[in-house]
Design a protein around this ligand. Sequence first.
Ligand SMILES: C[S@@+](CC[C@H](N)C(=O)[O-])C[C@H]1O[C@@H](n2cnc3c(N)ncnc32)[C@H](O)[C@@H]1O
Length: 471
Amino acid sequence: MEGDPGSLESFLKWASTLGISDSTDQFQSQSQSPSCLGSSLLVSYFPDAGGRGLAAARELGKGELILRVPKSALITRERLIKDQKLAASVNRYSHLSSTQILIVCLLAEMGKGKYSWWYPYFMQFPRSYDTLASFTWFETQALQVDDAIWATEKAISKAELDRKEALPLMKDLELRPQLLTFSSWLWASATVSSRTMHIPWDDAGCLCPVGDLFNYAAPGEESLPSEVVESWGQSSSLQVCSSLNDVTTNKSGTDVFNIHSQRLTDAEYKDDVAAYCFYARKRYKKGEQVLLSYGTYTNLELLEYYGFILNGNPNDKAFIRLEADIHSSSSWPKDSLYIQQDGKPSFALLSALRLWAIPANQRRSLGHLAYSGSQLSVDNEIFIMRWMRNNCCAVLENFPTAVEEDVLRLHVIEKMQDNPTPNEIEQMLSTSGDEIGAFFDLLKESIELPLSKKARRSMSRWKLAVQWRLS
Ligand SMILES: C[S@@+](CC[C@H](N)C(=O)[O-])C[C@H]1O[C@@H](n2cnc3c(N)ncnc32)[C@H](O)[C@@H]1O
């Protein structure tokens, strides 16, 4: 192959030789013209929406097939295990999960360097990720909310345990020492977590060259039938995902029903054409970023699995501490009781509070009203709204920093990332000196410009933590 084998151009040429295509001619005629991107899509850069991504190369119609990736181009466990040495060893470790095996297989394949058949694709993977499992103690504390700190600690210990369990297999395979480290494990597991796509025959999913260049947009209400939107209020466990199959699960393990698949599916593996097919979820103008829904996620979940958050995520949730008698006065599951991104209580929280606020001996007779979303009385409504306001204020007051301080902190972090002058640094230290000092102390580095790679990476995770608590 001509040119730098690590370049995007070489990757796209390689992809077209595998039959990955965005050409409408090819979809129709099944011809083997070597075309990959330029017909429907173009690789482009979107600084405020995911960085590298795919733009519409022309006007795209809603529901139009825009990319097809043949099965033979997908990286799956079964594909990598075709290597006989790998297969023999993997068979001896059947207690490992399918995801652990995929991570090990990926590391083994990466270890082949330029000799791997997938080398042009691997060269397009990010060098590092900002998923929760890679957060340091400082970055974790910056999340400030107990639940989020706990989720981060859990993600870190899960990654440590997964690696520990897989280590004997990796040693059996004689992987290079560099591939056995925790940071290599974190890199490979973040690659799998943030880039795999659902396939019906393997719950570890597959890596999909070119298809994994689509950035994310939350499944939008505008594409849902109104009866589904209405039913959101009534069925708290129902989540809608505009991609994947008819019934599947998102990465947090929640059931995801693709109720109206024709209208909502924007990517799925299709057996009849033996390919992963991608469709435009809406009409796109030429040059606009074409987005994909990976599933329904809160910002904390996006941070955990993908290492980013969405400004104004319609699926975000804030949980407030509720006394035990609130939980026991209704049958709503705990995870359905939250404040929505728009500041309103979830349907279940409102219903649970309405029931809790009436005398226990009336709950049976008024239960049907509360469960169907009706107000019980004006007094009851005023009481619970006041209760909610007071509780939300208490939560906000308990944060170590106020919103205004966080806005300032974000500004300082962004300035630090932007190669500030010594004068600017002095100014920042006079306003936010303590926290910046603590940041560099914990990194065991002095404040020096340009910032080291380690300081830059840590700063981008610190920024995500501050953005998350602000949102
Ligand atoms: C499947 S990849 C998408 C392509 C990726 N931008 C690339 O250059 O390879 C998923 C990753 O893209 C980034 N990403 C996707 N959607 C995003 C969004 N809306 N905002 C910020 N980052 C996003 C996150 O880093 C995420 O882990």
